[in-house]
Structures are given as structure tokens and as C-alpha cells.
Design a protein around this ligand. Structure first.
Ligand SMILES: NC(=O)C1=CN([C@@H]2O[C@H](COP(=O)(O)OP(=O)(O)OC[C@H]3O[C@@H](n4cnc5c(N)ncnc54)[C@H](OP(=O)(O)O)[C@@H]3O)[C@@H](O)[C@H]2O)[C@@H](O)CC1
Ligand SMILES: [K+]
Length: 489
């Protein structure tokens, strides 16, 4: 997993990389610019669209000059808009790249930009070197960029956004942010989604081990990380090895949630799935998921189950005693979601009975109900860290870039997923997947890494076909393909 370090430490990360590998800082800037242009070329932007690149005087601007040169070579019609006056001192690498601009590129002052023209704006004005409050000219430049109706692509971070804090002033509103080496923490906050746009991470050759020098509890979960968290099964493995799970879900009118969780658990590899549900609803589930067994009373001995997932469609009225009995009878980590979370927020004493290592999966509203109102994501993450450490529980804060908050203090931001997944039942699918991995003998942390990543990837696969028409059942259908794409047998 990739460590997320504070923006001010980027300089130290670079310096260490330069020292250990012997490459120059200019080469590192070139790699960043090349990575940006590779992504750009993959997007297939129209060559006839003029490209206007706003460049500051620091290394973010330096990236912009290098990008301008490379896009010019690729045949784009590029203009550079200088966001500094004649007296400004450019960073040394920015100066080199400024001087390398080919003659064909028109260089103008930022206020000469004609917002009424079509094309694409590249924002290489301010990067992680932003300190303190924006100066008045910077605000005017940002306003100018935001007055443009076309596509805006930010380099490393939208100009004006602090790398590790909440936005308090003006900021470029980007459609895409192409960030280098690691995602800056603030790019992952839900309140910044509107300024960050789609987030793209460009690898500039800094190895994960080079982050070991820095203390941080924040991480980013990428596709290449996930296979290491999977268990290996051998050819003599038998269905018992793949876990027996109990899904406690569903009530009259809400059996769909139980069906989605059970199917998702089966599709994620569970050997045996049992649903605990009201007897009156049994036909629905037995027809919809013939592979699942049904149970209508809570068994006294729960030790025959490897994992339990509870909550989807369960209902709240009169269910707190059921939750309490399960907490008393089951001593292994379990997954707690949806109505079970609501029951916990109404009966806070029950929280102390939850088996250690369990996984709670609130979305933002459920989080606030359970842990108290939070005004922003930073405050939420801090609260989550205290909760997880003190109770030895794990929380998954669901949303874009869901955060896996572990009892050991790590907070891991997921990279997979698409906005098309914001659809009814998506969480029920996730509960089934997490329960399945727990039941297959994964540690709680590994079950979360795999469950959350595969769930997001299933959403991407389904979203490619169905776009806004994606429904939760499509995610389940896409689960097998996630194993194929990750090379998990
Ligand atoms: N490993 C990586 O990730 C790599 C990162 N790289 C890139 O380097 C970038 C970081 O570059 P950096 O450190 O030079 O800072 P940067 O963001 O250009 O800002 C400095 C400029 O901002 C200005 N300024 C500051 N505060 C201000 C304010 N309040 N209001 C107004 N202006 C303000 C400041 O002005 P000054 O205070 O000096 O007058 C100066 O001109 C990083 O984001 C990435 O793009 C790649 O090249 C290579 C590998
Ligand atoms: K920028």
C-alpha cells in the first residue's frame, strides 16, 4: 500500500529519491510531465482543441512548462499563461523548462486569457507548495480559470487547495486532477470532490519503500496491492475451507437486502451461506438464492459459523435483543451494517459487547448517528481513529474513496469504484463480500482490503456496461470478473 504523506514532505521525499537513485530533480519533473501526457494521450483529447496552460513560478508551474513542450511535440496547439510577473524568481527547474519552451508555443500573461474560446485549460499554477492564505492576484487567477466553461485539468492538485487541510478560500474547480507519486490527502475528502473531479494517480518511479522514512497512518489502496492480501487455496480445498457464514438480514418488504448479501457472499467464494430471516419470507430467498440455507431461529451454538454479517434489511423494531444475543454467543469478528448500526446508535451500551476485530460499515449519515455529528472529514477521521483504537474495532466509512479505519490506527483510502455505485443495495452487496472474506479465514484488515477493493472494481466493471443504469445486482454479477482482473484463482 502506498503511504500518504503531508504535502510539505514532498520536497524531502524527492530529495531522498534523488540522492538514492542519482537522478536529477529535473528528470523527476520530466517524469511527472511525461506521466501526465501519457494519461492525456490515453484520453484521446481532440487535437484541434487549443490547450491553455496556466503556469506558476514554482515547480508546479515547472511541470506545466514541461507538459506544454510535450503536448506541443504531440501536435497540440498550446499556449502558456504566465501566472507571475517579470520580477518573480522562478524555481530553478521551472526556469529550465520555461527556457525550453519551443518557439511555436505562445506565451502570454494570465489576464490575456480569453475564456470564451473553446479548448482545454491545464492548471499548473499552484501545487503542494502553497502556504498560508492566497494572495489577491492568486485569487484573481483562480477566478479567471473558474470562469472558463470548458474542461479544466489540474496538475498535482487544484490550485488553492491545501494538500492536507480543508479548503477555506478560493480554489480551481477541476474536471480531472492528475496527481504525482501519491494522492495528496485533501484530494480524498468528500467535501473536495467538486474541486478535485476525477482523480488520476501518476507513478513517477518513487518506490513504496521510500516512504518508510515518513511517519503517517494514512495509506492508499491500489489494484496492485490487493493480490497480496488474498489467501491461497489448494486443489484439495473443500467447501468447508471456504467458510460457513451466517447472514442475518431481511424482514417483510426488505428481503431484497438479504438476497443481495447472500448472493454476494457466495460470489465472493463462501462455501456455505446460511440466512437467518423471518420464516414468513422463506420462499422469496429460497427461490432467489437456492444455494443459501435458511434458519428461522438464532441457533444457540454459533461457533459452527466462521463469520456473521448482520444488518441489511433487518429492521430496527424489536431487534436489539437479537443483536445482543449474537454479541454474547459469537466471539469472532463479524460485519455490522445498516439497520444493525441504527440499533447500535439507539443502544450505545451494546457497542461494548461487539466482538473485538469486528467491522462496522457506516455511510456518512450512519457514522454521525453512531459517533456523533462531525462537521468535516478531518474531524470524522480523527473520531474514527479514537473509536477504533479504544474499542479494538474496525470501521469502514463508505463513500467515494471509502476509508478503512483499522484498530491499529491505519486509515486506508480505497481507490476503486465509480459514482454509478451510489444505488440502493450496493452496501448490502458489500456486507456479503466482507462477511465472505472473514469466513474464508482472512484477518479483519485483509477482509476489508479485499472486500472493499473488489466491491469498487465490480462497480467499475458493471458501470462500464450500464452507466447510470447500474443496479446492485449488476455488482454481484461482476464479482467473478474482479477475480479475473486481479489474477486471483
Ligand atoms: N514528488 C512529487 O510529487 C513531485 C512534485 N512536483 C511538482 O512540484 C510541486 C511543488 O512545487 P513547489 O514546492 O515548488 O511549490 P509550488 O506548488 O509550485 O508552489 C510554489 C509557488 O506558489 C507560490 N505561493 C505559495 N503560497 C502562495 C500563496 N498563499 N498565494 C500565492 N502564491 C503562493 C510561491 O510564491 P512565492 O511564495 O515563492 O512568492 C511559488 O511561486 C508539486 O505540486 C508538483 O506539481 C514535480 O515537479 C516533481 C515531483
Ligand atoms: K495545480
Amino acid at each position: 500500500m502506498l503511504k500518504i504523506i503531508p504535502g510539505w514532505q514532498v520536497k524531502l521525499l524527492d530529495a531522498n529519491h534523488i540522492q538514492t537513485t542519482g537522478i536529477s530533480s529535473l528528470e523527476l519533473m520530466e517524469r511527472a510531465a511525461k506521466g501526465f501526457v501519457d494519461w492525456w494521450n490515453g484520453k484521446g483529447f481532440d487535437h484541434s482543441a487549443p490547450v491553455n496552460i496556466f503556469c506558476g513560478a514554482g515547480n508546479n508551474g515547472g511541470d506545466g512548462f514541461a507538459i506544454a513542450r510535450l503536448l506541443d511535440t504531440s501536435g497540440f496547439k498550446v499556449s502558456v499563461l504566465k501566472c507571475f510577473d517579470e520580477s518573480a524568481k522562478l524555481s530553478s527547474d521551472a526556469l529550465v523548462n520555461f527556457k525550453l519552451l519551443p518557439d511555436g508555443i505562445r506565451v502570454m500573461d494570465w489576464n490575456e486569457f480569453d475564456k470564451s474560446k473553446d479548448g482545454i485549460v491545464v492548471d499548473a499554477f499552484l501545487g503542494v507548495g502553497l502556504t498560508g492564505e492566497l494572495r489577491s492576484t492568486a485569487k484573481a487567477i483562480i477566478q479567471k480559470i473558474n470562469s472558463f466553461d470548458g474542461k479544466v485539468i489540474s496538475v498535482d492538485i487544484p490550485s488553492g487547495l491545501p494538500s492536507d487541510d480543508l479548503l477555506s478560500g478560493a480554489c480551481v474547480r477541476a474536471d480531472f486532477t492528475v496527481t504525482f507519486a501519491f494522492p495528496k490527502l485533501s484530494l480524498l475528502f468528500p467535501e473536495h470532490a467538486a474541486v478535485t473531479g476525477e482523480l488520476i494517480l501518476v507513478d513517477i518511479g518513487i518506490a513504496d519503500t521510500e516512504y518508510d522514512l515518513f511517519d503517517s497512518t494514512s495509506y492508499y489502496l491500489r489494484k496492485e496491492d490487493v493480490p497480496f492480501f488474498h489467501r491461497k487455496f489448494h486443489r484439495f480445498s473443500h467447501k468447508g475451507d471456504f467458510g460457513k457464514v451466517l447472514i442475518v438480514a431481511g424482514s417483510e418488504g426488505k428481503m431484497g437486502a438479504a438476497i443481495l448479501s447472500c448472493k454476494a457472499a457466495l460470489r465472493s467464494g463462501s462455501g456455505l451461506v446460511t440466512a437467518l430471516m423471518p420464516k414468513s419470507e422463506r420462499q422469496i430467498i429460497q427461490i432467489a438464492v437456492p444455494e443459501a440455507m435458511c434458519q428461522f431461529e438464532l441457533p444457540t451454538d454459533l461457533s459452527r459459523f466462521d463469520a456473521i454479517g448482520i444488518g441489511p434489511g433487518l429492521g430496527v423494531m424489536g431487534k436489539s435483543a437479537l443483536l445482543e444475543s449474537i454479541f454474547h454467543r459469537f466471539k469472532n469478528p463479524m460485519v455490522i451494517d445498516a439497520d444493525a448500526l441504527t440499533i447500535l446508535s439507539e443502544n450505545p451500551d451494546l457497542v461494548h459487547l461487539i466482538p473485538k476485530g469486528s467491522i462496522l460499515t457506516p455511510h456518512l449519515k450512519e457514522f454521525d448517528r453512531l459517533l456523533g455529528d462531525t462537521s468535516n472529514h478531518l474531524a470524522r477521521l480523527e473520531k474514527a481513529a479514537d473509536f477504533c483504537r479504544s474499542l479494538e474495532l474496525n470501521l469502514l466509512i463508505k463513500g467515494a474513496n471509502s476509508v478503512i479505519c483499522l484498530a491499529d490506527g491505519r486509515q486506508v483510502f480505497n481507490s476503486s469504484g465509480t459514482p454509478y455505485m451510489a444505488t440502493g443495495g450496493s452496501g448490502d452487496v458489500l456486507t456479503g463480500m466482507l462477511t465472505s472474506f472473514l469466513g474464508q479465514g482472512y484477518s479483519s484488515a485483509n477482509a476489508m482490503f479485499c472486500g472493499v477493493y473488489h466491491h469498487g472494481l465490480a462497480g467499475e466493471i458493471a458501470g462500464e456496461h450500464y452507466l447510470r443504469g447500474t443496479i446492485a445486482s449488476d455488482l454481484i454479477d461482476a464479482i467473478p470478473e474482479t477475480f479475473v482482473q486481479l489474477g486471483i484463482s
